[in-house]
Design a protein around this ligand. Structure first.
Ligand code: TYM
Length: 339
């Protein structure tokens, strides 16, 4: 069982088991999860309860939940160091979510940009879960009193809401929750679509040319970058007016570990063709290892089942303490509580 240190801060993050994870998820979140695992107490979750805010095929969701865990591990996240679990295995997430619903304002949720986007995309299924989704996300984080939450830029607004709700609860009932800070890296926090660089790379995009899956083959990766939409001009220089080339520079810098300036210098005088080939190569090298690791983890189902079972037990031990404290503070009666 994972042993947490009292001297380290806590990190919580999660990803939905919907579709294939792509390089946006990897560079914006998963890679940082792996980098932080030695210095923090880390809890990483497969958020299947969030996934059902959009209609899912049940057999697919089941399969993808385990695959998502194997992808986390393939990205270098070590189950000996972090707590890994599936959200629906720890019922305290739903319990705290209800309590926090009663400290969250309708107006706050109405302002969430992801809710507005998803409402437009799923007009036939604008369910209440889609609306209260950020409250469940706040519950995920606050249950573990996470200090830091490594996410991409698209989750920033949800995180701000989690802080506001935590602050409101603390003010009403006495200090209970830690206010979480976002951990967002500049160059990789918003990887854009390869076919329309004004839009975020997204696993729900039906055009598979727009995103690179962590499991794409080397050939596919190189082809996708070759065809990536760039702007008019020929210089390899990051500039807000040129989102296509800026996105490719960010991807190259993130995979190579070089700064944007170093990348611009390296490709001075070179054309888009050479640069796109180099981005494809550096990305394919990094993902090749992830694909191999993924296959070997998926071949050992017993090990994955053991990891999530132990992970859920470890997560629940922490979550249960928080929920007992919250229930006592809000005035829920318990026969076991001291008189
Ligand atoms: P999800 O599953 O959409 O994405 C998982 C992580 O990947 C990041 N991400 C990106 N980063 C950079 N560029 C992109 N194009 C890109 N697309 C996605 C996301 O920001 C995220 O960090 N609501 C969350 C899951 C969640 C969660 C939580 C996260 C539920 N509870 C508690 C943190 C803490 C989501 O839907 O992520």
């Amino acid at each position: 069982m994972v042993q947490f240190s009292k001297d380290k801060k806590t990190i919580f993050s999660g990803a939905q088991p919907t579709g294939n994870l792509h390089i946006g998820n990897y560079l914006g979140a998963l890679r940082n999860w792996a980098l932080l695992q030695n210095d923090y107490n880390c809890i990483y979750c497969v958020v299947d309860m969030h996934a059902i805010t959009v209609r899912q095929v049940p057999a697919e969701l089941r399969k993808r939940s385990l695959e998502t865990l194997a992808r986390y591990m393939a990205c270098g996240i070590d189950p000996e160091k972090v707590i890994f679990f599936i959200q629906s295995h720890v019922p305290e997430h739903a319990q705290l979510s209800w309590v926090l619903n009663c400290s969250t304002m309708f107006g706050e949720l109405s302002r969430m940009t992801q809710f507005k986007d998803k409402t437009a995309r799923h007009a036939d299924n604008v369910n209440a879960g889609l609306f209260t989704y950020p409250v469940l996300m706040a519950a995920d984080i606050l249950l573990y009193n996470a200090d830091l939450v490594p996410v991409g830029d698209d989750q920033k607004q949800h995180l701000e809401l989690a802080r506001d709700v935590a602050g409101r609860f603390n003010a009403a009932y006495s200090p209970t929750f830690t206010l979480p800070e976002p951990y967002i890296l500049k160059t990789s926090s918003r990887i854009m679509s390869l076919t329309d660089p004004t839009k975020k790379m997204s696993k729900s995009d039906t055009n598979t040319q727009s995103w690179v899956s962590l499991l794409d083959t080397r050939d596919d990766i190189i082809k996708k970058f070759k065809r990536a939409v760039t702007d008019s001009g020929s210089e390899i220089r990051a500039d807000a007016e040129r989102p296509g080339i800026t996105n490719l520079i960010n991807i190259y810098s993130s995979f190579s570990g070089k700064s944007v300036e170093e990348t611009e210098k390296e490709f001075e005088g070179k054309g888009y063709g050479d640069f796109k080939a180099a981005v494809g190569e550096v990305c394919a090298d990094a993902l090749g290892k992830i694909r191999e690791n993924f296959d070997s983890f998926m071949n050992d189902r017993a090990q994955l089942d053991r990891i999530i079972t132990e992970g859920a037990q470890a997560a629940e031990a922490i979550a249960r303490k928080t929920i007992s404290k919250v229930y006592r503070k809000i005035g829920f009666y318990s026969p076991e509580a001291k008189k």
